[in-house]
Design a protein around this ligand. Structure first.
Ligand code: 2BA
Ligand code: 2BA
Length: 109
């Protein structure tokens, strides 16, 4: 068994939820926050048999898209003035950042 952790953009989370249900995958959604942009994203936890991992990855890939996002400048107050960028910078936020971990045990009580 494997555990898939997928960090996706909030805009894609409902579509991905529906697609996972349609394909009979079980999942849990957590509200999360990106460390860099400090804005909301969604983390899916999907416990799954090894043989179905690739299909789940395909579903994630098909339902999540990358987007460019502007990062507003942050005042250097209390921070490092040398790294201060006074204008918005565009970053590409990926469709999904996915980790696949081995599961040692799975219980449902
Ligand atoms: P939910 O996804 O809201 O599912 C609630 C209950 O609905 C499940 O109870 C199960 O009885 C049923 N269910 C869910 N998905 C189904 C499906 N594709 N086909 C048929 N029935 C389905 P539990 O199995 O006790 O799960 C309780 C909660 O634990 C789930 O809430 C989900 O948040 C989490 N969970 C369960 N299995 C998971 C897994 N393999 N990976 C990640 N999270 C899981
Ligand atoms: P955030 O940390 O808010 O990052 C959003 C986007 O900003 C990233 O997109 C990347 O393009 C850029 N970025 C992040 N950290 C950066 C840095 N130190 N320097 C320059 N640019 C940076 P993605 O890479 O597609 O990541 C989207 C979200 O996925 C991240 O949101 C984070 O929540 C999660 N994530 C990405 N890589 C991760 C990792 N290795 N471990 C845990 N979570 C990760």
């Amino acid at each position: 068994m494997k555990l898939i952790l997928a960090v996706v953009q909030d805009q894609d989370s409902n579509r991905l939820s529906q697609a996972l249900v349609e394909h009979h995958f079980r999942a849990t959604k957590l509200a999360s926050t990106g460390g860099f942009l400090k804005s909301g994203n969604t983390t899916f936890i999907i416990g799954i048999e090894d043989i179905r991992v690739q299909k789940a990855l395909d579903v994630i890939k098909d339902n999540c898209q990358s987007r460019d996002q502007l990062v507003a400048p942050v005042s250097p107050l209390g921070g490092n003035a040398n790294s201060y960028v006074p204008y918005p910078v565009e970053v590409e936020v990926g469709g999904a950042t996915v980790f696949v971990l081995p599961v040692e045990q799975f219980h449902q009580f």
